[in-house]
Write a protein that binds this ligand. Structure first.
Ligand SMILES: Cc1cc2nc3c(=O)[nH]c(=O)nc-3n(C[C@H](O)[C@H](O)[C@H](O)COP(=O)(O)OP(=O)(O)OC[C@H]3O[C@@H](n4cnc5c(N)ncnc54)[C@H](O)[C@@H]3O)c2cc1C
Length: 370
């Protein structure tokens, strides 16, 4: 069903969205109407009540056609619905979750700052309690959906003295005085994703907007980011599949030296490498979905799947472009977009180095982060 949806709704406008850096507001509505935004959401909040594996499969299918759209759907669930379900009170759940399911509300999830990327504990944005309100000051950057979101889930310092143990999560509504945003234009890839900065200047929010426990914000957001890594691994898998299909077709049709280029052993070798990467990526991602649905710990498996699958997708996209020869450089063919789109995922939700350190820590029992 999600593949049919993608062929009908996502594919026809993919090039236009990329060229014009256009955010897919219409698709968010349509995914809501189709029920896709309600995967994992309990029926009492308007969702389908299905599981992580289903969400992963749908994300893979959508990302085959457009990585940006697949990840937008996944993030709406993993970085908005799940945190509110886990830590919101009844009023917050009723306010946000049904609206996200319908595609009526868009979130952003803001941790990164100008001086805090891989080291999320270094955030400088503060919240100070003043009567019944928190007063926020600081900047967030590289935030997905920054300028299109109706509300932001943000990590701030509520007690500077306590470092990482003095962090808390809040929800800030668009339109709150002192809260503004600015877009980061002309990215290398994921161009139809909105990415930008958030600014807080004496921004006052009610105490009820606290999400989760005071002082426990960092571990809370890191758990959400781990969920998002599963989404990236599924999206990357979708892109590898798209790279293979586009390349196989091209190599069957393009003739050189009197034969289809797919007849040459060196070309077949590149395609075989892509197929091996695809199968390995598939089972790494699906295993994480399985473990999540069983409620089993899977931090290391998630780090391995994210790290492997984005590297594999970047390799597949490069091979796809090279095997299209000069034609791989134009957007008459889809592969140059795959190539550009697969650079951002190497960094988003944690860089390759950070993932290796997470995997290393889980094996050695020694943290490299201090
Ligand atoms: C497209 C996109 C969307 C994003 N969306 C969001 C979002 O919605 N919300 C959000 O909060 N953030 C978002 N981010 C930000 C993302 O989380 C950060 O970019 C990421 O955590 C890395 O931080 P940085 O870019 O500041 O790089 P840095 O942390 O400055 O890293 C630079 C380099 O140094 C290396 N490095 C850093 N520390 C170590 C170490 N200890 N050991 C070895 N190497 C190290 C890194 O691996 C990297 O190669 C997004 C990023 C991108 C690209």
């Amino acid at each position: 069903m999600s593949k049919e949806f993608a062929v009908r709704e996502i594919l026809p406008s993919v090039r236009e969205r990329d060229r014009e850096e256009k955010f897919p507001f219409d698709l968010i509505k349509k995914m809501g109407a189709q029920g896709l935004s309600g995967i994992l959401v309990p029926p009492e909040y308007g969702g389908l009540g299905s599981d992580w594996m289903t969400l992963g499969l749908v994300t893979e299918q959508l990302s085959y056609f457009d990585f940006s759209v697949g990840m937008t759907l996944f993030a709406q669930i993993a970085l908005a619905v799940i945190p509110i379900l886990k830590a919101g009170d009844d009023a917050l759940k009723k306010k946000y979750i049904p609206a996200i399911c319908k595609g009526d509300k868009i979130h952003s999830f803001a941790v990164a700052e100008p001086n805090a990327g891989s080291d999320a504990s270094a955030i400088e944005t503060t919240a100070i309690l003043d009567g019944a309100q928190w007063v926020l000051n600081g900047n967030k950057t590289w935030i997905t959906n920054a300028t299109v979101s109706d509300f932001a889930i943000i990590l701030v310092k509520t007690d500077k003295e306590k470092g990482a143990k003095g962090t808390t999560v809040f929800i800030v509504e668009k339109g709150t005085p002192g809260f503004s945003s600015a877009k980061i234009d002309h990215k290398l890839g994921v161009r139809s994703q909105d990415t930008g900065q958030l600014f807080f200047r004496d921004c006052r929010i009610p105490r009820e907007n606290q999400l989760g426990l005071l002082g426990k914000g960092l571990s809370f957001v890191l758990a959400c980011i781990e969920d998002a890594r599963y989404g990236v691994s599924c999206s990357a898998l979708g892109v590898i599949g798209a790279c293979i299909d586009a390349t196989v077709k091209y190599c069957q049709e393009r003739n050189q030296f009197g034969r289809p280029i797919g007849a040459f052993q060196l070309v077949q070798s590149r395609i075989a490498d892509m197929a091996v990467d695809c199968e390995a990526s598939r089972w790494l991602a699906y295993r994480v979905g399985y473990l999540k649905d069983k409620g089993l710990p899977c931090s290391r498996e998630t780090a391995i799947a994210k790290h492997h699958n984005v590297e594999a997708a970047a390799r597949a996209a490069r091979a796809a472009v090279e095997l299209h020869g000069a034609y791989g450089l134009t957007d008459d063919f889809p592969v140059e977009k795959f190539y550009r789109d697969m650079v951002g995922p190497l960094t988003m939700d944690g860089t390759a180095n950070v993932h290796k350190l997470l995997i290393g820590r889980s094996l050695l029992g020694i943290g490299a982060f201090g």
